[in-house]
Design a binder for this molecule. Structure first.
Ligand SMILES: [Zn+2]
Length: 164
């Protein structure tokens, strides 16, 4: 019964079953670079939505005073799992500088993950999920070395192992 909701994940540190996906990106507004982040829960179907969004203040680096959950206006719709529509920022952005993180919701431990498609496409597969299969996942670039050490990188003929 406890397994019929949420993703098949149990944190080995705190026992939580919930994961949070965070997307960090920068925009160039004139000569100023702004950093933003948005985050939300990863669902059982390996899709996620961003419930919260905030600008990352530059002087925040040495003071991690992030208060999660303080942006209730972004979370008004919990009736379906459609991604929230955002105002699109009409500023230059560099997709290659985007960063994605998956963390345990409770203890904030970073969880390695891969994607169901190359170039960060498709779904997110955290490696600590019980149904994780590296043969069906493309590693997030930060974890390439780690995956290589685990022997999870494999030659492909350009297609993932499944038709997804
Ligand atoms: Zn945890």
């Amino acid at each position: 019964m406890e397994d019929d909701h949420g993703i098949k994940f149990t944190c080995k540190t705190c026992g939580s079953h919930n994961l949070v996906v965070t997307h960090v990106w920068s925009t160039l507004a004139g000569s100023e670079s702004e950093s933003w982040r948005e985050w939300g829960p990863l669902e059982a179907d390996h899709l996620w939505r961003y419930d919260y969004q905030e600008k990352i203040e530059k002087d925040e680096d040495d003071n991690d005073g992030v208060e999660r959950g303080d942006f209730g206006e972004f979370a008004e719709d919990d009736s379906d799992s459609e991604p929230e529509e955002y105002q699109v920022f009409e500023q230059e952005s560099d997709p290659e500088s985007d960063e994605f993180y998956v963390n345990c919701e409770n203890c904030d431990r970073e969880i390695e993950f891969g994607w169901s498609q190359p170039d960060r496409g498709g779904r997110i597969f955290p490696v600590e999920c019980s149904d994780f299969d590296p043969r069906e996942a493309w590693p997030e670039s930060r974890y390439l070395d780690s995956w290589q050490q685990k022997g999870w990188l494999h030659t492909r003929d350009g297609q993932p192992g499944t038709g997804m």
